[in-house]
Design a protein around this ligand. Structure first.
Ligand SMILES: NC(=O)C1=CN([C@@H]2O[C@H](COP(=O)(O)OP(=O)(O)OC[C@H]3O[C@@H](n4cnc5c(N)ncnc54)[C@H](OP(=O)(O)O)[C@@H]3O)[C@@H](O)[C@H]2O)C=CC1
Ligand SMILES: O=C(O)CCC(=O)C(=O)O
Length: 418
């Protein structure tokens, strides 16, 4: 894991790689490399023992040229201002890559949630929602889940917002539970797009997904669902990991049983379906057909990339490869499906949730999954077209060319306001 790489600098270098192929002036490209605004706030929360603790929190609104700012809220000790800025920028280019009408935003709180009770997390979440209230809104900025947040936190934020605004406006946030206005398919959506994109990539390479071996780093929402769905497509999950380490079985194992073990014991280590315990570095360098990084940024740096043996990488996580790792992958002809396409299922089904909330009319799971699949397949084809037409080194640069054209186009068509 590279501690040195600043994710915001990675984002800017990804934009720089693509900009020579984009029909936009240098001034416009420069605009698209910086957030419009970043809220930094200190939340004071009462703990269960009556003491007070201060938590630093951020919300970055990177760009709103194509629609409301959109993106998750992360609870993690590694959250920083630059990480949130990067994550919000990746949201802009993700929404543009899949052609949904949003800009990009992201939020985070510096906290290890395992150290706090559910009541403390609720007070913290409601305190953040109160700070966010003037910034967010159904047509302005629509948060969602990310690492260590889920339906529970989204329901609290919705309730706090609606109480303070004296309204019912479920579309102010997505990733809610079904009874609170959530969408069918949202929990599975990030893992689903990760494997749909992998299926398209295997097809593009003329490779068979049946019996392909798969390693999954990170066994939370994105990772475990990706493992389950790729197994259902006929591939063989041979390794998985979480923050405690990893497990391996060359003959494959049942990803649902691995999830049940993690649920019961708190970690994937000790899973009885595995033959070996491995480290988080080992999992990234296994000789597998498909690697799915589904944890955090900078999982693979330039040095580690030299040892990666996978043929295809589908990035469920945001920013798992540093720019140096990207260059190594391009030199080794490893096909990397970039985060801004591979994990775009999450925000795409968030978009469906927002549409359903606005219409107060709810779709079946079948409809959600069909609409998601068609969006991912079209976006993959757009990316291949850009890759081939521009003779690019990577699918990532191809995705940025497509996305930057769309965002710059929206900005230029709007003109500047005096
Ligand atoms: N949730 C969503 O809708 C979306 C998420 N993403 C991205 O997917 C990634 C994962 O998010 P999500 O699944 O939601 O988060 P979760 O909190 O559900 O899961 C994160 C997982 O990563 C594991 N992890 C953390 N650090 C490491 C490490 N060093 N090595 C191996 N595993 C590690 C955690 O381990 P442990 O269980 O032990 O804590 C956990 O299993 C993030 O990059 C996120 O931004 C992208 C698009 C949408
Ligand atoms: O569902 C959303 O709006 C955003 C999910 C997210 O944070 C991401 O795609 O990284």
């Amino acid at each position: 894991m590279s501690e040195q790489t600043n994710p915001f600098e990675s984002l800017q270098s990804q934009i720089d790689e693509a900009s020579p192929y984009v029909d936009a002036s240098d001034d416009v490209i420069e605009r698209l490399k910086h957030p419009e605004r970043v809220l930094e706030t200190n939340l004071t929360v009462e703990l269960d023992d009556g003491s007070l603790e201060r938590f630093k929190a951020f919300r970055s609104q990177f760009n709103g040229d194509r629609g409301p700012y959109k993106g998750g809220i992360r609870y993690h000790p590694g959250v920083s201002r630059d990480e949130v800025k990067a994550l919000s920028g990746w949201m802009v280019y993700k929404c543009a890559t899949v052609g949904i009408p949003y800009g990009g935003g992201k939020g985070g709180i510096i906290i290890d949630p395992d150290e706090y009770s559910a009541d403390e997390i609720e007070r913290l979440t409601r305190a953040f929602a109160k700070e966010l209230r003037p910034l967010i809104g159904v047509d302005r900025d629509v948060p969602a889940p990310d690492v260590n947040t889920g339906q529970r936190e989204m329901n609290w934020i919705k309730d706090t917002y609606e109480t303070l605004e004296n309204t019912t406006q479920p579309g102010v946030i997505t990733g809610k539970a079904l009874d609170s206005g959530g969408s069918e398919g949202r929990v599975e959506a990030t893992g689903r797009s990760t494997v749909l994109a992998a299926r398209e990539a295997f097809d593009y390479l003329g490779k068979d997904l049946e019996d392909a071996t798969v390693a999954v780093q990170g066994y939370g929402n994105a990772g475990w669902i990706a493992a389950k769905l790729i197994d259902e497509m006929g591939a063989k999950v041979v390794a998985a990991s979480d923050s405690s380490g990893g497990v391996y079985n060359p003959d494959g194992f049942d990803p649902v049983a691995a999830k049940d073990h993690k649920h019961e014991t708190g970690s994937i280590s000790g899973f009885e379906g595995a033959t070996d315990e491995i480290t988080n570095e080992d999992i990234l360098t296994l000789d597998v057909d498909l690697l799915i990084p589904a944890a955090l940024e900078n999982a693979i740096d330039g040095d580690l990339a030299e040892s990666v043996q996978a043929d295809v990488i589908s990035e469920a996580a945001n920013g798992p490869l540093t720019p140096e790792a990207d260059q190594v992958m391009a030199d080794k002809d490893v096909l990397v499906i970039p985060d801004i396409l591979a994990n775009a299922g999450g925000v795409t089904v968030s978009y469906f949730e927002w549409v359903q909330n606005r219409q107060r009319f709810y779709w079946s799971e079948e409809r959600v999954n069909e609409e998601l699949e068609s969006i991912i397949v079209v976006a993959f084809d757009d990316l291949v077209e850009s890759y081939e037409e521009n003779d690019l080194e990577s699918f990532r640069t191809a995705a940025y060319v497509v996305a930057l054209e769309r965002v710059a186009g929206a900005f230029e068509e709007a003109g500047t306001f005096p």
